[in-house]
Design a protein around this ligand. Sequence first.
Ligand code: ATP
Length: 504
Amino acid sequence: MSNILIDKIVSYLEALYPIIYINYFDFNLADKLISNAITAVSQKSKIVEYNNAYGIIDFDTKNPIFECDLLNFLKITSDYGYEQEIFLILKDIHAQLNDPEIISLLKRISETNLYQKDYYCSIIIVSDILVIPHELENYITIFEIPSPDDQQIIYLINNFKQELNLEISDDVISDFSLLFKGLHEFHIRQILNLAYQDGGMINKEDKDLILKEKEQFIKKSGLLEIVNTTNNIKNIGGLENLISWLKQKGKIFSSLDKALKFGVDTPKGIMIIGMPGCGKSLTAKATASLFEIPLIRLDVGRLLGKYVGESEGNMQRALSISQAISPCVLWVDEIEKAFAGVGQGGSGHEVTIRLFGQFLTWMQEKSNTVFVVGTANDITSIPPEFLRKGRFDEIFFVDLPNEEERLKILEIHIKKRNKWNRGIDLIQLIKPTEGFNGADLEAVVKDTVETAFINGFNSITTTNLLDIIKITKSISSTLKSKIDNISNVKNNFGFKLASFPSQK
Ligand code: ATP
């Protein structure tokens, strides 16, 4: 148990913060924290615990003392208070924090505690679900229990090692301390136990187990999505400048422990802006394969909740979960839509603005191994703060594929469908595919192969491809004004180009 945490809660208690909300799932750890902090504040004070399921219970033994509902319990507390210093621990009462009577009683107890000399009752709410009623916003202080840092993780592993008299090499401890980063003490012990049960020892082979367990946490949260992808950089035609940059960062991720010890900064992430259907999502997926780490998608829309503070709580949880699975790629697709409206005013956007601020601060301060890949088309609606230095390591612009890139993309998709043959003359396809994006080129190959099959041919020819190209409407013709707008962005902002200039 970290002394910093105990000191922090002690300082809240001494400053008479009316309600402290410990937002945490592991009640055992929360109890240790509360008991240490309260003893430090005063030896004479007492703890009264109310649990939503059992009523009043003994804080030390957890034995039920008196069954009653929360409303009656708070009414009595509010009317009579206690004659000595009391800390009221309310567990799992989040579902009742929408009830106006409960809210008003909590408010009254807090105020009486603050202003009436002979009335003692400080409230500590413990729940892993954060519900802050608007009326109590000024009374409640949220207390988050962060996951253990490197030193604490090493301490936990060493403790486990000693308890079971195990041999765990220093290399494994060092590797695991990185993998366990972002997980809470409870989960770390759970995984160590599982690994031990599995083979009676703990070694490098248990890495997979840690990753699988981490995936479980993600699925259970429902806030993030694990994207299973087989895409790798070989599936991308062109974008060589971007890919070579990613390969450099990949070297850091493949020896992360060594790189960090050497003094290398952890890469933060990239923003990929540009034309639709030109490989931005493909690159996000390929990045995870290149770095050999999981790909997690953050959909901001999924985080929005109906109660005050719920969306922010969800964002906080989503970010901590991504840290728990790190090293990982966190992909925020269509950033311009996710944070739409930020900077345009209007009360409807307040929550989005707060979420945006939360995400920015996290990006700015983050030193974890979550590599963020943001992708966006229309950068004009992205708040400029997002693009400031210090947030992403680099911002790349993806343009419509140039001549060489078009050839490569066509070749990739023809080969993917096992229809590559020496008779295909790609050079003839360069001019007619001017203005096509990657998705258009993929569609050309798909339709050509389909037509060949329907007509009973075994292979495809250059003429077959040219025939389909003639009837394909490229993105440049269907979405001309959108493409022109995005093109202007490229010229005005001077971002790094994802492609090298064409040699043709
Ligand atoms: P949007 O902005 O509309 O989301 P995007 O840039 O993310 O588009 P992708 O989803 O990566 O586009 O690409 C769409 C499809 O087009 C992919 O499934 C892929 O097959 C093909 N494609 C696009 N660009 C390339 C490329 N550079 N190399 C190979 N295939 C590509």
